[in-house]
Design a protein around this ligand. Sequence first.
Ligand SMILES: Nc1ncnc2c1ncn2[C@@H]1O[C@H](COP(=O)(O)OP(=O)(O)OP(=O)(O)O)[C@@H](O)[C@H]1O
Ligand SMILES: [Mg+2]
Length: 274
Amino acid sequence: MVANKTAERPLTAKPVVSERASSGTGNLALDARDVHVFYGDFEAVKGISLPVHEKEITALIGPSGCGKSTLLRCFNRMNDVVSGVRIEGQILYKGQDIYASQVDPVAVRRRIGMVFQKANPFPKSIYKNVAWGAKINGFKGDMDALVEKSLRQAALWDEVKDKLHQSGLSLSGGQQQRLCIARTLAIEPDVILMDEPASALDPIATSKIEELMLELKENYTIVVVTHNMQQAARVSDRTALLWLGELVEYNDTQTIFTNPSQQKTEDYITGRHG
Ligand SMILES: Nc1ncnc2c1ncn2[C@@H]1O[C@H](COP(=O)(O)OP(=O)(O)OP(=O)(O)O)[C@@H](O)[C@H]1O
Ligand SMILES: [Mg+2]
């Protein structure tokens, strides 16, 4: 349980980003700098700065509507396809501003893949689902090997190796989600953005996705949105709490869950809010 340190906590809404969270020792894969996102006149993300460290899992938590998905979509320019959206600030990927005029958003999404809340396989075979992105990107290597490797990395190979030509839609929900992860891995990204990847899954399928995330972080940087506090605590290295479009607190996950510096954080993770 979290110790009650209300008295010594500031009441300001200023984000508390610990020095370790903002500087850390590792390299940054992504770095959001004073990012604002507007849908028309509505400001959904209000000046968030968030460094994302390489080969770590960063969790975004916070109540519904606080801007988690909006912020996540900034990291690979998925908001570009939403009409009426305006983004201010900078998102650096390995030091390069992904919103700079000469940057191709398709190239950005090749390096920074995304997995959505609801598994969304194409109405095509399991094989074609995985091969799709690589094919579009002009992959010229051994496609069978790439499909197998991606399905193995997504911990799905053993369950589907004898039915690769069946429809992806014939799989269970948890398998479909792993298929979508395999599809993302097949484009060989650096970073994987996951928006509530397990929220529609039962506890066993959820734990498979969590185990998978822990394996993947050996080679990939992951940013995950989750409503599941236990999940954030179990899998992530760092956690950011968002609230009404603002960053309340960002720190290493253990500190966020055992010794947060903001009352809001404590209230949220102990279930008194949200
Ligand atoms: N396409 C859109 N057009 C207009 N407003 C939007 C759009 N998408 C999101 N919003 C608004 O922006 C705010 C943040 O939405 P967002 O989807 O980022 O929240 P969230 O934290 O992911 O919520 P949830 O946990 O419910 O998924 C909300 O007030 C939402 O209504
Ligand atoms: Mg969302």
